[in-house]
Design a protein around this ligand. Structure first.
Ligand code: NAD
Length: 499
């Protein structure tokens, strides 16, 4: 049976007025499991109006009262973690265990945002000039919107919505049309937790819904996470419409393996970070950089051996290391990139192109592939593949290994594996990348620090979650005040300076 999904506007389910729908697949079988409505301009504008009306009151609630809604939401999610993880896994294709992680990483930002009474405290300077005090307030922007990718259907909507709501904004979420069910359920749970109807609206859809959010003057700010071409387009268009924007794009994350690294630990890290979630993570490692020929030979041999033991299975198979890709298009793209790498002269050590899961031949399963002797000129190195394909680029020395991620157009995450503190410190300080791991392959920062890549992986100056997310979702008002004795001085025609 094909489920019929909806939008969630003003606390109510609606299929909207566009009459357009997209299919949501079960990636394990390749069959359609649901239909999701695609919002047109009118549907999206209805969500924006609803949000604007609801924000007027929500923005006046005191921060502690708003925090209590987040705390109740956390309790409600606790009661249905299992079903949310299974729902997420069934649309995305990541394993249920990995879907739990997706949800958990999102909830940690809700926990952070529940500290909003403390986070919103302004600054105060007593006696900045004689009899003059200065203080600053941070207030909500109004209606803000978020556009999220398919690959973290719980985490990224929560990374955006929780700080936005805690700061007193209303939020319009436009999740990926490929995995819409979990974002919808999370919005229902927020309502149940006491969020007034309309403060969080979900519109499903594609370009038309996004264009409406970009152009509508009542939307004050936009957060986007997805591929780089769309991130760049959204950043530029938002700016042209006078909106604040933070847009995060694709990645090509390198892991440097120094000759002194614990090789078993490095291989474990590469297998998990390269092939986990079928490589569909913005923080996946897609390039391994062993330093020196001997390290490279040992690393490639060990990787080859480990890949042979990987278990690819249905996303609900508890023994599976990873499941299918999200769509048939993604599967074809991954196979095409392996063809490209072969034609470019990379050495294909493990070929996952012909993998098929018995009994699930129409599912979107790709086997793990491993390339050796990839060079920086190759497309398989320069472009994001977003699948279970790991490329080994051999570096002669530390300087060459440092140059590779530093000069790559993407700059999301990077890792170095070494036992030498001096090498690690030097690398951390000099590498031209937003997030760095030292013997940690996926350095996604904790919720109270911030997450964001550099170069073509991130557009805008403020990161996701942590203190940056509070700055992004508020604007500052700075008040300079003087009381009776000071206001008797008469007019002054020079710029005020503090005496
Ligand atoms: P995508 O760019 O295809 O889609 C992202 C969102 O944009 C979706 O909601 C989609 O509906 C919308 N969209 C698609 N085409 C559009 C258009 N022409 N105009 C306006 N909106 C449009 O990305 P995806 O395939 O869902 O996600 C995978 C990508 O996201 C990868 O590149 C991955 O690296 C990136 N990603 C980045 C981060 C990060 O924090 N940097 C995190 C997760 C994923």
């Amino acid at each position: 049976m094909v489920r019929e999904l909806t939008h969630f506007i003003g606390g109510k389910h609606t299929t909207g007025t566009s009459g357009l729908f997209a299919d949501v697949y079960d990636p394990n079988t390749g069959t359609v499991q649901a239909r999701v409505p695609l919002a047109g301009r009118a549907d999206t504008e209805a969500a924006i109006s609803n949000a604007e009306d609801a924000q007027a009151e929500w923005g006046q609630w005191n921060p502690q009262r708003r925090a209590r809604v987040l705390l109740r939401f956390l309790q409600l999610v606790e009661g249905e973690r299992g079903s949310l993880a299974r729902l997420l896994s069934a649309e995305h294709g990541k394993t249920v265990a990995d879907a739990h992680g997706d949800l958990q990483r999102g909830l940690e930002v809700v926990e952070f945002a529940a500290g909003i009474p403390h986070l919103l405290k302004g600054e105060f300077t007593d006696n900045a000039g004689t009899g003059i005090d200065v203080h600053s307030l941070r207030g909500p922007l109004g209606v803000v919107a978020g556009i999220t990718p398919f690959n973290f259907p719980a985490m990224i909507p929560l990374w955006q919505a929780a700080p936005a709501l805690a700061c007193g904004n209303a939020f319009v979420l436009k999740p990926s049309e490929r995995a819409p069910s979990v974002p919808l359920r999370l919005a229902e749970l927020f309502l149940e937790a006491g969020l007034p109807p309309g403060v969080l609206n979900v519109v499903n859809g594609g370009k038309e819904a996004v264009d409406t959010l970009l152009e509508n003057p009542r939307v004050q700010a936009l957060g986007f996470v997805g591929s780089t071409p769309i991130a760049a387009h959204i950043y530029a268009t938002a700016a042209a419409h006078g909106k604040r924007a933070q847009c995060f794009g694709g990645a090509k994350n390198h892991m440097i393996v120094m000759p002194d690294a614990d090789l078993d630990q490095a291989v474990d890290a590469l297998i998990g970070a390269g092939y986990g979630s079928a490589g569909e993570r913005c923080m996946a490692i897609s390039v391994a950089v062993p330093v020196g020929e001997e390290t490279a030979d040992r690393l490639v041999a060990a990787l080859k051996e480990r890949i042979a033991t990987l278990k690819i299975g249905r996303s609900d198979d508890p023994d599976a290391d990873f499941g299918p890709l999200v769509s048939r298009d993604a599967l074809h793209r991954v196979r095409r990139y392996v063809d490209i790498g072969v034609n470019e002269g990379a050495e294909l050590v493990v070929d996952g192109r012909s993998f098929a899961l018995e009994g699930h031949e129409n599912g979107f399963f790709a086997g793990a592939s491993l390339f050796d002797r990839v060079t920086p000129q190759m497309r398989v190195y320069r472009e994001e593949i977003f699948g279970p394909v790991l490329s080994v680029v051999r570096a002669a020395d530390f300087e060459e290994a440092l140059r590779l991620p530093s000069e790559h157009p993407f700059g999301n995450g990077v890792a170095i594996f070494t036992r030498d503190g001096d090498t690690a410190r030097e690398f951390t300080r000099r590498v031209n990348t937003g997030m760095v791991g030292v013997n940690v392959p996926i350095p996604v920062p904790v919720a109270y620090h911030t997450f964001g890549g550099w170069k073509k992986s991130g557009f805008g100056d403020l990161n996701q979650h942590g203190p940056d997310s509070i700055r992004f979702h508020t604007r500052t008002k700075t008040v300079t005040s003087r009381w009776p004795s000071g206001v008797k001085e008469g007019a002054s025609f020079t710029i005020p300076t503090m005496r």
